[in-house]
Design a protein around this ligand. Structure first.
Ligand SMILES: Nc1nc2c(ncn2[C@@H]2O[C@H](COP(=O)(O)OP(=O)(O)OP(=O)(O)O)[C@@H](O)[C@H]2O)c(=O)[nH]1
Ligand SMILES: [Mg+2]
Length: 295
């Protein structure tokens, strides 16, 4: 029996847990079953109580105290511990039927998605045919407000691309918190961010504002200790152009827009997830309860 799931990933504060909560509320309203897994050992409060919580296996606080590690090192230790105790996941997930959408809420430490091999191993374990065999989709969230700063936007897009390459599962990228962007940027302009290319750097508002304020691009050999000079210098500009060019060449990243305060927006993202994992194709036709059938 197949299982279906989505792994919600992205940098700190991108809106992962809020998206998970909106998704669960939406599924419940549509009489679908969700199984919510929290894999963030630092997460404390939840809108929906997790059905499985990594904190029941290991506590980040204890790890930091006993192993004398900081929060990031502690998190990596927690994940290594999880990898040694995968029964924790198997026991909880084994009996789930294909009706469930398994929602995995991940921590925001960016190193998890870029260069540490733990996540690919975890994903391989979850999707392994003949074992848990979850048809898994990765949903990578990037804060939508980054569109007003091209450098941040391209850096975030590069991290999304890195996660796509690292994990070998269907992947969707999401610009979150779009309600905060409404009014700040024209609809037509926003479309350009959906499939990003290097031309976005040509009319960077941050760059234009700097020029207007008389802060011309600082020469390449400006003092690197001067933070403002580095962030607006010619080297920084060239770096951004190189990153944007790389993203354009690979042409892998396109975004869906998400506003968690809007039910339709959550439904639209859910439809993409369902399509990616072919959720509906696997469902048995369900009979309506008699009273609803009469209606
Ligand atoms: N306006 C608005 N705020 C949002 C939205 N989604 C999340 N937020 C806010 O953004 C902040 C961070 O949201 P979280 O859901 O905790 O983000 P996260 O990615 O889970 O954060 P970490 O787990 O700490 O990495 C909170 O204050 C949320 O209320 C959204 O769609 N619109
Ligand atoms: Mg969270």
């Amino acid at each position: 029996m197949s299982k279906f799931g989505v792994m919600v990933m992205g940098p700190a504060g991108a809106g992962k847990s809020t998206f998970c909560a909106s998704l669960i509320t939406h599924l419940q309203l549509n009489r679908r079953s969700a199984f919510y897994i929290n894999l963030d050992p630092a997460a404390e409060s939840f809108e929906h109580t997790p059905d499985l919580d990594i904190k029941d296996l290991i506590s980040l606080e204890d790890v930091m105290e006993e192993m004398k590690l900081g929060p990031n090192g502690g998190l990596i230790y927690c994940f290594e511990f999880l990898m040694e105790n995968l029964d924790f996941l198997t026991e909880a997930l084994d009996s789930l039927t294909e009706e469930y959408l398994i929602i995995i809420d991940m921590p925001g430490q960016i190193e998890l998605y870029t260069h540490i091999p733990i996540l690919p191993t975890l994903v391989r374990f979850l999707t392994q045919p003949g074992a848990l065999d979850i048809r898994l989709c990765a949903a990578y969230l990037l804060e939508g407000t980054f569109v007003v700063d091209r450098a941040k936007f391209f850096a975030g897009t590069l991290s999304a691309m890195s996660a796509m390459i690292l994990l070998e599962v269907p992947h969707i990228n999401i610009l979150s918190k779009m309600d905060l962007v409404k009014g700040q940027i024209k609809k037509k302009e926003l479309k350009r961010f959906i499939t990003p290319d290097a031309s976005l750097l040509e009319d960077d508002p941050a760059d234009i504002a700097r020029r207007k304020a008389g802060l011309e691009v600082v020469p390449q050999n400006s003092n690197p200790k001067d933070k403002d000079a580095v962030m607006s210098g010619a080297t920084f500009k060239r770096l951004n152009e190189a990153v944007a060019g790389l993203i354009e060449t690979f042409s892998m990243v396109s975004y869906l827009k998400l506003d968690c305060t809007d039910e339709e927006s959550v439904q639209s993202v859910l439809s993409y997830i369902d399509d990616c994992i072919q959720y509906h194709e696997a469902q048995e036709p369900r009979e309506l309860p008699e009273e609803e059938y009469d209606e």
